[in-house]
Design a protein around this ligand. Structure first.
Ligand code: ADP
Length: 263
């Protein structure tokens, strides 16, 4: 029964994804059809000087449709996960320079020392992607500056600390929390934030794929993700990645191996 439920949830996610694309694509096609039929009418009436605007409108819709399929291709080309023991704090430190540059001078970055952090088991490349996506979202939420805090802590979650209805399991986790002092999210936006292609950003700026990819990554890593946000105060997104229980000696080499090309 549990496997069937999981399969149903997977189908729902796929359905939501393809449904969303079909909808957006259809809108663009209707727009193109509309422009072309208006263009035809103008030409029939001999109003050639009016043709330009309809051609431009159609071209713009075609470009948007092309951008949509590109995003879709990037989404389906996701590499398979290659989980290994990862020191999350070390990984964050290696990204610090890039994060600072992404944030720009008006956003202050705080990275408290992640002392005696448990190793976690996940794909380091996907974790990097996830963190950069969270940083970009935080930056976008703070157009006039603010503070971004990136902290890593060990966390034991007991049966009372997890939301069973969201498939969260009790256990030991490394919690990576990205907190900003930005615009925050309404409850409606929080409820839809993990949906593929859900975005509140203007066309061309948001893909709506960041958080849905992060959701997929943490679920496949047997962890979970939580959003805590208040409008006007800020947002905090926490990734819970399972503790790696293997021998500690393996960690150093495995993390090192993540930085060198695969054998
Ligand atoms: P995108 O960033 O391309 O819009 P995401 O899936 O990453 O796609 O995010 C979905 C939506 O969630 C965003 O459009 C935004 O409305 C909201 N959101 C995500 N992160 C934040 C944040 N740190 N602060 C405020 N809103 C956020």
């Amino acid at each position: 029964a549990e496997a069937a439920l999981r399969q149903a949830q997977k189908m729902e996610a796929v359905g939501q994804l393809t449904g969303g694309i079909a909808h957006d694509f259809n809108n663009l096609l209707s727009g193109i059809m509309g422009s072309l039929s208006l263009l035809e009418k103008r030409l029939e009436l001999g109003q050639v000087d009016q043709a330009g605007r309809y051609i431009r409108a159609a071209t713009s819709s075609v470009n948007r449709a092309a951008a949509l399929t590109h995003r879709l291709l990037a989404f389906s080309r996701r590499q398979p996960l290659e989980p290994r023991p990862v020191d999350a704090h070390k990984l964050i430190m290696s990204l610090e320079e890039l994060i600072r540059r992404t944030l720009g001078p008006s956003i202050q970055l705080e990275v408290p020392a992640g002392e005696s952090l448990w190793p976690t088991l996940c794909d380091p490349n996907q974790l990097e992607n996830a963190l950069l996506n969270l940083v970009i979202n935080a930056r976008d939420a703070m157009p006039s500056g603010g503070r971004l805090r990136l902290e890593t802590v060990n966390m034991h979650l007991g049966p009372d600390d997890v939301a069973a209805q969201r498939d969260e399991l009790p256990g030991d986790y490394v919690c990576i929390r990205v907190s900003d002092t930005g615009s925050g999210m309404t409850p409606d936006v929080i409820a839809r934030a993990f949906e593929p292609f859900f975005t509140t950003k203007p066309l061309g700026q948001g893909t709506g794929l960041g958080l849905s990819m992060i959701y997929g990554f943490v679920k496949q890593s047997e962890g979970h993700v939580r959003i805590d946000s208040r409008v006007g105060e800020g947002t905090s997104v926490a990734l819970f990645l399972p503790r790696f229980e293997g021998a500690v000696g393996e960690v150093g080499t495995a993390v090192g191996a993540a930085e060198t090309p695969r054998a």
